[in-house]
Write a protein that binds this ligand. Structure first.
Ligand code: GLN
Length: 533
């Protein structure tokens, strides 16, 4: 029988509710429990796959090919588990399912309503996650803030779960902002009190309050929150501003949060943490030597669009005792006459994923510059396609080579639409998504880095390396080091006689963990740190 923790947010969004939830997951895992996490997103999109990165930040992809909110990246990195489609529930998904059921006649003539039909579907999503994962604890984060119209059915569903279940099987955690009033330099608890009341009016009495604030929530304030929000003082937990996000579980642990949750959920006798997470964080803090990495992309003004890539770079650096200094470079601003100035002092260049043609020429320039100046180059998804275009144009003499995504009339579509994608009309959920196998060729850099000949990686793209150009590109020196044998697709390319020039069609950033760095990220940072500037 699983236990359930529901994490809601109050006052404002964007105060790190996802990291708080993930940190609880880490704490419980450290106490010997198995954990599954899920996120409720109250928007009407079926998934964030169709949203602009400016709206939503990164789209995270699970192993089973679900396009999800970026909080799932935090969950996976903190709890070190691969999640599934059960981890991402949106209003769009819930309504689609209920309407499909209704059309099939599944409701026996009933009037289909938010309560009970929508709420039942939401509850099923929680129970199914418990059943499928078999985890001891299911942690569910409710997106947005309490009081939003959109999140009402979700809050109602978790209220119902609480009343269906024995009290000791369900715990509620509410995260709030305790604002600092400029001028008077005073922390105010009133918004917390209001948020507590709002949650109560929806039938939920929180067990724990996690505060975020600029400044210390002292004993006085803690007592005040405790009194007004009817939780014991020790259940008011402050989420300090920390240097590394991975410190948050340690901050919570110091305040006894794991102990408190285990008590609430009647999970006694769990072993103490073995301290490995703390050791990892302490080690990360020792990192000194800087490594300057340029991230060349289309959405660089919004760092969240590259969250997992950024985190994987930083983590790989920390694990090697280095501080990665990411330089954000707008691909649209890179030109022949400024490339030296913009890229000249970098020790490594990464071109991550992206869609559409904007900025592509700047990215090709970055690949060419890295290749010619022997600066480590790491191309991910679009970044791999860019490397292929660069090699085709400049080493294989296919001057007008391009991706068909960018120019449908190119005489050399070295990157082209996959056969299976021709005629696909819906853009939602139709990319090549999730896990695919890849075989690594002998005597290649990637084979050495992975230390194995078979890997599984996650994908999210529509275009592919065009097999008609395999011969030309190999003659030009491109090594096709990773192949998906079932579909005969090129998944990794690399160049020899270069310290590190690797492009992969998949997204290794989704599998990198602070305590299990992805070999391609380690390899890239290691090679970059050797570049003297
Ligand atoms: N736009 C490219 C494609 O669809 C690359 C996608 C990506 O980088 N995620 O194939």
């Amino acid at each position: 029988m699983a236990k359930y923790i529901f994490v809601t947010g109050g006052v404002v969004s964007g105060i790190g509710k996802g990291i708080a939830a993930a940190s609880i997951g880490r704490l419980l895992k450290d106490r010997g429990l198995t954990v599954f996490m899920q996120k409720f997103d109250p928007y009407l999109n079926v998934d964030p796959g169709t949203m602009s990165p400016y709206q939503h930040g990164e789209v995270f992809v699970t192993k089973d090919g679900t396009e999800t909110d970026l909080d799932l990246g935090h969950y996976e990195r903190f709890i070190d588990e691969e999640l599934t489609k059960r981890a991402s529930i949106t209003t769009g998904k819930v309504y689609s399912k209920v309407i499909r059921n209704e059309r099939r006649g599944d409701y026996d003539g009933a009037t289909v309503q938010v309560i009970p039909h929508i709420t039942d579907e939401i509850k099923n999503a929680v129970y199914q996650a418990a059943e499928e994962s078999g985890a001891d604890v299911i942690i569910t984060e409710i997106g947005g803030t309490v009081g939003d119209i959109e999140s009402l059915p979700f809050v109602e569903a978790i209220r119902q779960i609480h009343s269906e279940m024995p009290t000791e099987d369900v715990a509620f955690v509410h995260t709030v902002l305790v604002p600092n009033i400029p001028g008077s330099d005073e922390l105010k608890t009133k918004p917390t009190q209001h948020s507590f009341k709002e949650l109560m009016s929806q039938g939920i009495k929180t067990d724990i309050i996690i505060t975020r604030s600029e400044g210390v929530v002292d004993e006085n304030l803690r007592r005040k929150i405790s009194l007004f929000c009817d939780v014991p003082p020790e259940a008011v937990i402050q989420s300090d501003n920390v240097e590394l996000i991975y410190e948050v579980p340690l901050v919570f642990h110091r305040q006894g949060l794991d102990h408190l949750i285990l008590e609430l959920l009647d999970l006694k006798g769990q072993p103490e943490s073995d301290g490995s997470w703390k050791k990892m964080v302490d080690g990360f803090k020792e990192a000194k030597e800087e490594v300057k990495i340029g991230l060349v992309g289309k959405y660089v003004e919004l760092h969240d669009a590259y969250l997992s890539v950024t985190q994987a770079l930083l983590d790989a650096g920390y694990a090697l005792g280095k501080k990665v200094d990411i330089r954000w470079i707008k691909a649209t601003e890179l030109e022949d006459d400024n490339v030296d100035e913009k890229l000249g002092d970098l020790q490594g260049i990464i071109v991550p994923g992206g869609f559409g043609s904007r900025g592509m020429e700047g990215m090709v320039l970055a690949s060419k510059y890295a290749r010619e100046h022997k600066i480590p180059y790491f191309g991910i998804c679009l970044g791999m396609q860019i490397a292929v275009i660069d090699v085709a144009r400049h080493l294989a003499n296919l001057r007008e080579a391009n991706s068909a995504e960018c120019d449908v009339d190119t005489p050399y579509p070295v990157i082209d639409l996959m056969e299976s994608q021709i005629g696909v009309e819906n853009i939602g959920g139709t990319l090549r998504l999730g896990n695919y196998d890849c075989s690594l060729a002998e005597n290649t850099l990637v084979r050495e880095l992975y230390g194995t000949n078979k890997i599984i990686e996650r994908h999210r793209h529509r275009y592919e390396f065009n097999n008609n150009f395999r011969l030309d590109l190999r003659k030009a020196g491109l090594v096709l080091s990773g192949i998906n044998e079932d579909l005969d697709l090129v998944e990794i390319v690399e160049l020899t006689e270069h310290p590190f020039f690797v492009g992969c069609q998949f997204h290794p950033e989704f599998k990198s963990r602070p305590n299990k760095i992805h070999p391609l990220f380690s390899g890239f940072i290691e090679a970059s740190s050797k570049v003297k500037k």
